[in-house]
Every structure is written in structure tokens, then in C-alpha cells.
Design a protein around this ligand. Structure first.
Ligand code: DP6
Length: 355
């Protein structure tokens, strides 16, 4: 932070924040971007967004977002969304009433990979806003629990799943009797000692089956849950799956882990198909990969499994201890089914970093 003249402050903060992959899915919301059911995810290591936020207070320019670019280019649709977000954040970060912001961002995962960068982007934005608030308050303890909780709360208001990107390892968002610390307002980290070592360094190999823009956005998909025939049963299923998954994570139960993770992925897509109107985001390549993955698991007795986001690409999840055996299988059997053999080699990450 620099003081250039009286009441005229400016400064710059930079953060790197990751995407996350949900194992129990957030699907359907309540007003205020609150989740219809609790979800559980792990934070990724390689799929990150880096942002540099410059702020100018009392500089005479109008408050709000002045410029935004992604990977060196102006991106009007994302800029509009972020501009609205920054405006809405005035309610939580009062300094925004008279701050002008310039934001530069970079993403390690191209938009064309069909992987949503919004969780990484909104968590990075929330962290940057939090850091500026701390700087302006002259506080020296920016990384405490309260800081991350507020960042998770603010990230959630940008994109629900972004609430879960603030912590390394495994995270729960959404209140649940099974995890009393969990809240609808922000996500919380599952303590490391609740995760068996076999799961601590999980791999997520993201296999790109299709890289076109998806036909139905997640927001539209969430909205279709409002009057979905299976709404109530989905809420209770998610609660049960969360409980069983946390038990499996703690006890190193790979067989149940795989069963629950795949059940959640297929339920998500089943809910899309049975919405009104129904829609399908999986592609023939998605099904072909699922068949191969299940076949490999049955024959090799190695508990690899898959999950899916709201899109056709497969996230292949496996333990670090099996990586050596899984790699040749990916190379030989799975990559030929991917667009130009494309994949991203990711896994459990340590969470955001101030740059
Ligand atoms: C299928 O967080 O992208 O990836 O809150 O409208 O921004 P908005 O939706 P978003 O939904 C993610 C849905 C999901 C499952 C999950 O990440 O839990």
C-alpha cells in the first residue's frame, strides 16, 4: 500500500487460487446462492487462476471494475460478470464504495478444455478483496481462519462451488448433521487426520472428451432442480452419500469410495436427463471411457473411479500408490478416446497462495 497524497491510496495484491472437483455434488440452490444439499470436494493442484488486483482509492475515477483481462485479452462476458460481482461485494467490503479496480488474470486451464474456471477465479477475487481490506485496516494477520471463512463466503456469492476452493485438501460446503462444523454460508476444511493416507495424494487425470462450449450452463441446470421430481430424494441421497464418503475417507475404504464417487457423478447426469426439459451433457466418448475404467477396475482390482462435472469430460480418480499401474492404461487405452489425446494431469492440491 502506498500513500501518494492525503486520502489517495493505491496498492496491488496478487493471489493464485485453484479449481476443485466435487465428489458429492452441489446441484440445485436456494435463494442467496445457498446450496440445496451439502457437497464435498478436493482442491486441485494444477488447475489454478492467478490474479493481480490493483486498487485506487479516492483517485477521482468511478468506483468499481475499470479493467479486466484474462490471459492478456479483454473478455467482455467475464468482465460483465465480475463487474456485477464487485458491485455486489460493496455490501461486504465497504472500501469498494470508493475503490477503482484493475484486474489481470491468468488461467492454467484453457477455456476450451470445457473445465469451468469460475471456482478458481471467484476464490482468487475474494482473497484479493480480503487482502486489500486487511491492508487498509493495517492488520498484520491476514491468513487466519476468519480471513479464509470470509473469503469462502464471498467466493460463494460469485459461484457456489468457489466456496470450496479456499482450503487445501478436502472440503465440505453446506450444513449437515454429519459434519457439525459445516455451513451453508461458507465451506470448511476436513481436518487432515480425518483423511486416510491412501486418499491424501489422490490423482485427478482430466480426460478431455469434448472441448466445445456446453449446451446448458450450470446456472440453468441448478434452476431446473427447483421443481425437479427427484428433488427431495436427491437431498436425502446427498446427505447419505456425504456420510458414507466421509466414513470411507477416514477408514481408507477404497471400494466404497469408488462406489459413492461414481454414484454421485451418474446421479448428477441422471438429474440433468430427468429435468424438464431434460438434457444430456455426456458424449459417446464419455460412456466409452466409463466402460474402460470399470473394466480395468474389475480386471486389475485397482480402485480407480471416475467423476464428472457438469460436462462430458472424465475426471479419473486414483490413489498415488496405484499411479504407476494406471499411467500405461491412461496412455494406451484412454487417451486415444480423447480430443487430440488431450488430458490434464492433476491431483489434490494445497490450496490458494498469496503471490
Ligand atoms: C456440477 O458452482 O458452477 O460442478 O453456483 O451457479 O456458479 P453456480 O454453479 P457452479 O456449479 C457447480 C456444479 C457442479 C458440482 C459441484 O461442483 O459441486
Amino acid at each position: 500500500m502506498e500513500i501518494t497524497k492525503k486520502n489517495n491510496l493505491h496498492g496491488e495484491v496478487a493471489w493464485e487460487s485453484p479449481a476443485n472437483i466435487a465428489l458429492v455434488k452441489y446441484w440445485g440452490k436456494l435463494p442467496g446462492q445457498l446450496p440445496m444439499n451439502p457437497s464435498l470436494s478436493f482442491t486441485l493442484r494444477e488447475s489454478v487462476v492467478r490474479i493481480k488486483m490493483k486498487y485506487f482509492l479516492g483517485a477521482g475515477s468511478p468506483a468499481g471494475l475499470r479493467s479486466f483481462n484474462l490471459n492478456g485479452k479483454v473478455n467482455p462476458s467475464f468482465q460483465g460478470r465480475i463487474s456485477k460481482y464487485i458491485q455486489a461485494m460493496q455490501a461486504h467490503y465497504p472500501f469498494l464504495h470508493n475503490a477503482t479496480l484493475d484486474i489481470e488474470s491468468q488461467s492454467t486451464f484453457p477455456h476450451s478444455a470445457g473445465i469451468a474456471s469460475s471456482a478458481a477465479a471467484f476464490s482468487a477475487l475474494a482473497l484479493a478483496l480480503g487482502s486489500i481490506e486487511v491492508e487498509l485496516a493495517g492488520s498484520h494477520n491476514p491468513d487466519g481462519e476468519a480471513f479464509l471463512r470470509k473469503a469462502s463466503f464471498a467466493a460463494r456469492l460469485g459461484s457456489g462451488s468457489a466456496a470450496r476452493s479456499l482450503f487445501g485438501g478436502f472440503t465440505v460446503w453446506g450444513k449437515s448433521t454429519l459434519f457439525p462444523k459445516a455451513s451453508d454460508d461458507f465451506a470448511v476444511k476436513i481436518p487432515e487426520n480425518e483423511i486416510h493416507p491412501v486418499f491424501r495424494n489422490l490423482h485427478d487425470s482430466i480426460l478431455i472428451v469434448d472441448d466445445s462450449e456446453k449446451a446448458v450452463s450450470s446456472s440453468a441446470g441448478h434452476a431446473l432442480m427447483d421443481r425437479h421430481n427427484f428433488r427431495e430424494s436427491r437431498i436425502s441421497q446427498a446427505e447419505k452419500n456425504l456420510g458414507h464418503l466421509m466414513f470411507a475417507l477416514k477408514n481408507g475404504d477404497e471400494q466404497n469410495f469408488a462406489a459413492i464417487v461414481e454414484n454421485e457423478a451418474l446421479t448428477l447426469h441422471g438429474l440433468m436427463m430427468s429435468s424438464r426439459p431434460g438434457y444430456i451433457l455426456m458424449k459417446p466418448g464419455t460412456i466409452a471411457l466409463i466402460d474402460k475404467i470399470r473394466d480395468f477396475r474389475n480386471k486389475q482390482n485397482i480402485y480407480i473411479c471416475f467423476t464428472l462435472d457438469a460436462g462430458p469430460n472424465i475426471h479419473l480418480i486414483y490413489s498415488d500408490k496405484d499411479a504407476e499401474k494406471v499411467r500405461p492404461f491412461i496412455q494406451q487405452e484412454l487417451l486415444p478416446l480423447c480430443v487430440n489425446g488431450r488430458w490434464m494431469d492433476d491431483g489434490v492440491g494445497a490450496g490458494p497462495q498469496r503471490l
